[in-house]
Design a protein around this ligand. Structure first.
Ligand SMILES: [Zn+2]
Length: 253
């Protein structure tokens, strides 16, 4: 399995030299960058350095690509209370760009509010008066979204399996994108890349391992054909990394 075993020390040294030359001026691979950032875990910038970094970045905007990367990297991460307060202070008095409200409501659709959320909001609202305009708008929205019959939460006639709902949600879309990007949009079984339908596959299967549903490491890119073949051989339950390794010939780590 390990090709390196057959290489002599001399060979390895030569390859290392060649890589050094080839890598000069090149962008580092995602894996390398991950390793580098891992080695920085626990390393903290001094306050002075932070101010310097902040000043040098002032006025620079992230590109859309960078924003996407940052949002992928942030999946599952929670902000500390301190950070939240800082962000809140920085945003005070700022107006949101047009369309932000819509974006937020789209992203929040289907999410449950944390316990006690309603109480918190009603506490904040105490003493505030709602303008007539807002009142009318609210009543319009309420009428529009009035849940009767099919849309009532107790309606059981058209039960959507909860797993199906989760599959469709935002996290799943981001998970798929991340797996595809990491695998360079290439089927890891047949190495095909062009003109094929790609299916990010859950290594430990979706239904048995809910905690790994959005773990990038738990995903691998297959084409439609190879994905079907995989499940024909191994089924849809209790899927493992061993199966994937056997399936693709041990090339995966
Ligand atoms: Zn394939």
């Amino acid at each position: 399995m390990n090709k390196d075993k057959h290489l002599t020390k001399e060979w390895k040294r030569k390859i290392g030299e060649a890589n050094k030359i080839a890598l000069k001026g090149r962008r580092l691979s995602l894996k390398t960058r991950e390793r580098m950032s891992e080695s920085k875990i626990g390393h903290k910038h001094s306050e002075k350095t932070k101010i310097k970094i902040g000043n040098s970045r002032k006025g620079i905007k992230h590109t859309n690509k960078a924003k996407k990367k940052i949002s992928i990297a942030r999946i599952g991460k929670k902000l500390s209370k301190k950070t939240k307060i800082k962000i809140g202070n920085a945003h005070r008095g700022m107006k949101r760009p047009k369309g932000t409200g819509k974006k937020i409501s789209k992203a929040l659709k289907g999410r449950k509010k944390p316990e006690g959320f309603g109480k918190k909001i009603s506490k904040i609202q105490i003493g505030r008066t709602v303008s007539l305009e807002i009142k009318n708008l609210m009543s319009k929205i309420m009428k529009k979204s009035a849940r009767r019959g099919k849309t009532h939460p107790f309606w059981k006639g058209g039960v959507t399996p909860i797993n199906l709902k989760i599959r469709k949600c935002r996290e799943t879309i981001i998970w798929k994108q991340s797996v595809l990007i990491r695998d360079d949009y290439t089927c890891q079984k047949c190495s095909k890349k062009e003109n094929i339908e790609l299916h990010p596959h859950h290594i430990k299967n979706f239904s048995d391992y809910p905690e790994l549903r959005f773990a990038i490491d738990n995903g691998i890119t297959f084409c439609k054909k190879c994905h079907n073949t995989f499940h024909k051989i191994y089924g849809y339950r209790n899927n493992t990394m061993e199966q994937v390794k056997n399936f693709i010939g041990g090339k995966y780590d």
